[in-house]
Design a protein around this ligand. Structure first.
Ligand code: 4AD
Ligand code: MG
Length: 450
């Protein structure tokens, strides 16, 4: 590095764009990349980004040496740089500040012949996904990733401050949790194992050891669906509570989701602004959430069909399709908790409703604005005999479930839990039309690159 660069570093504080308010009127050093460059007569307007934000620099020809002016003028998009400049408040600037550039050192100049593929014009989504490793550098994508991180933090924080212990289930498993049609098989030293679809079965056992637990990690579904809500690899956070019933679970779900949304509103307001999210729709997310039974939801759909508000007739007994979920959720200004679905369309481990054994004590939380199911959960079967019967009924082998049956052999208790897919929550909170932008590198039916 040249002498000027080390001088720069030693004479001015190195800071980040997010922290510029603390340095108003001072000269600072920023380390980042050239996001864009405009030129107007004898003025250059480079826009820098450093991961914490973006800022526009101003370079009048007379203010810097001829050499520095030329260096900036010929700078290529996404070249990495160390910039020294004076922080000036400007009400019109998106971040509130501009930088009067005094000096700039190039760390790595992007050569013209490999020009940065993502220009500031519109690109198709396939092209952008193919260049996802670079696309995440744009302000909108990095804002989404910061909101994602906040959602993950707030989700853990809620459980950590409510007496839950995080216990991590295995990712390689010998048995199916959520049906056998979406398993990813793995060759486990000659035996067939699977990537986990959910940590639930394991955290049911840690709940019997620790009372209130949660797990948080990647989960896998060999989903053949090509929808805007499905990934083959996604992150799920799952609480599980001993001595809890369905009502306790719904209360936890509404408090948990409200906490997350309120945290994002407070801590990520700048990012919500960058992505243009209508935050009025998030302000109302506070308990209590409406609770409707499957039967009531089915009647709503029947009525809506009669009035021509939905195109497809809903058949009682089926699971809700995505247009059905959209219609149901559109009737409320906060997430709606639909409980007591027919047992035969739900997972094998769900406790039947004592009032009607055809129904399962389960809940799906449907997000507002048509985002569909973001949480799925239930009370679990406590009886050994019934659980064994259900495993057999679902055509599952008993051997890999013996340990799971042990939980009903030794001090079985009523217990309940749910799972929330982080990406679905991010899509809703950010108001995105597809989950592919909610995770750094989406894995879908037709994408495993980059
Ligand atoms: O409803 P699911 O399948 O429930 C379970 O896995 C339970 N074992 C969880 C539990 O009770 N501990 O999945 C839970 C959530 C869904 O509501 C959704 O948010 C997300 O996981 N999810 C997916 N997200 C993205 N892509 C997929 N293919 C998803 N499948 C489920
Ligand atoms: Mg579900």
């Amino acid at each position: 590095m040249s002498e000027t660069a080390s001088e720069t570093a030693s004479t001015t504080p190195i800071t980040t764009i997010a922290n510029l308010a603390q340095h108003e009127g001072q000269s600072v050093t920023l380390q980042g990349w050239l996001y864009n460059l405009r030129e107007s007569g004898k003025l250059l307007f480079p826009i820098f980004r450093d991961g914490s934000g973006t800022i526009q620099g101003i370079v009048p020809k007379a203010a810097v040496s001829a050499e520095v002016f030329e260096r900036i003028k010929t700078l290529t998009q996404e070249s990495s740089v160390i910039v020294r400049g004076k922080v000036r408040a400007d009400k019109r600037a998106p971040g509130g500040f501009e930088l009067d550039v005094e000096d700039l050192q190039v760390v790595h100049r992007v050569p013209e012949d490999v020009a940065y593929p993502i220009s500031l014009k519109e690109h198709g989504v396939d092209f952008l996904m193919e260049h996802r490793h670079l696309w995440i550098r744009t302000p909108r994508q990095s804002a989404i990733l910061r909101i994602r991180a906040e959602i993950m933090r707030a989700a853990q924080e809620h459980f950590d401050t409510h007496g839950f212990t995080r216990t991590d289930p295995p990712i390689l498993t010998p048995a199916a949790c959520e049906g056998t049609s979406t398993l990813f098989p793995v060759d486990y030293f000659g035996d067939e194992a699977y990537l986990t679809q959910s940590g639930q079965l394991y955290i049911e056992s840690t709940a019997m050891a620790l009372g209130k637990v949660y797990s948080f990690g990647p989960t896998f579904r060999a989903e053949k669906s090509k929808t805007r809500r499905h990934l083959t690899e996604f992150w799920m956070i799952e609480p599980e509570i001993a001595f809890a019933d369905l009502d306790d679970l719904m209360t936890l779900a509404e408090e948990f989701l409200s906490h997350i949304v309120q945290r994002v509103l407070v801590n990520r307001s700048a990012e919500l602004k960058v992505i243009g999210r209508d935050t009025a729709k998030l302000e109302s997310i506070r308990p209590p959430f409406p609770r409707v039974t499957y039967d009531e939801a089915a009647k709503m759909l029947e009525e809506a069909f009669k009035q021509g508000k939905i195109e497809q007739k809903f058949e009682y007994g089926n699971d809700f399709g995505s247009p059905d979920e959209t219609y149901i959720s559109s009737q409320f200004d906060r997430p709606v908790m639909v409980h007591r679905y027919p047992a035969n369309i739900k997972a094998f481990y769900m406790e039947p409703d004592p009032a009607n054994a055809e129904l399962a004590l389960c809940v799906d939380v449907l997000a507002p604005e048509g985002y569909g199911e973001i949480i799925g959960g239930s009370q679990r079967i406590a009886s050994y005999d019934l659980l064994k019967h259900r495993i057999e009924e679902h055509g599952l082998p008993l051997a890999p479930f013996q340990w799971y049956l042990d939980l009903r052999r030794y001090g079985s208790v009523p217990h309940a839990g749910f799972g929330m897919g982080i990406e679905r929550a991010v899509a809703w909170i950010c108001g995105l039309d597809h989950v592919r932008e909610t995770i750094p590198f989406a894995r879908t039916l037709n994408r495993i690159y980059p």
